[in-house]
Ligand binder design. Structure first.
Ligand code: SF4
Length: 203
């Protein structure tokens, strides 16, 4: 498709197929009202290496992002129905989906890193859970992990610390499922993607 010839969205779904949006403060009502259930969200934490879709390269995140999940293990937004093609929440789609114009990216670039929604906004009103998240962030920081893994001199000691962090990440997830009844599909929102998945094969 020749993007330069477009002047309005044709709802072709190409952007939805590439992945769900990052959420911003404007989108909070969608979570609070249940239009977007928390089980459809995941968190990319500070320091995590992610593809920056605006700059077009891999960069460590300066602050966390909450995003809408893909379908199964694909990037396609969980709300996108390819048979339509259609968005199941089109009338209530998040800010980035409303302002994205694939033929003119100036609007999305202007808001992309502004007023991002965070777990603190959504989960700090639940003190017991928020305390676990803060503790997890201290003990399993992506910033620390990346330094350890990139360290040329860390050697065996660094690898041992990384393995301990991965194990703590695994055990805190099991704990909230088994002891607090948290559903499995909430874990990637509450604690971000599991470290064993993110660092598979590196520790
Ligand atoms: S929320 Fe709707 S418009 Fe936005 S990426 Fe998902 S399917 Fe597309």
């Amino acid at each position: 498709m020749n993007l330069s010839s477009l002047t309005e969205c044709r709802r072709c779904g190409t952007c939805c197929d590439k992945g769900g949006p990052t959420l911003h403060a404007d989108d909070r009502m969608l979570i609070d009202s249940g239009l977007i259930p928390a089980k459809h969200l995941y968190t990319l934490r500070k320091g995590e290496l992610v593809n920056d879709s605006i700059r077009g390269c891999l960069l460590p995140l300066e602050s966390e992002m909450i995003k809408i999940k893909g379908q199964n293990r694909a990037w396609t937004c969980v709300f996108f129905d390819k048979t339509g093609p259609a968005c199941h929440i089109y009338e209530h789609r998040p800010l980035e989906c409303r302002i994205l114009k694939c033929w003119d990216t100036r609007d999305i670039k202007a808001v992309y890193s502004q007023n991002r929604l965070t777990r603190k906004d959504l989960l700090s009103p639940i003190p017991a859970l928020w305390s676990l998240i803060e503790d997890h962030e201290l003990r399993c920081s992506h910033v620390t992990l990346r330094k350890l893994l990139d360290s040329k001199s860390g050697g065996a000691a660094a690898k041992k610390t990384v393995r301990e962090m991965v194990e703590y990440d695994r055990s805190i997830r099991m704990l909230v499922v088994e002891k607090a009844g948290v559903e499995l599909d909430m874990l990637d929102f509450i604690f971000g993607r599991s470290l064993s998945e993110v660092f598979r094969g590196r520790c």
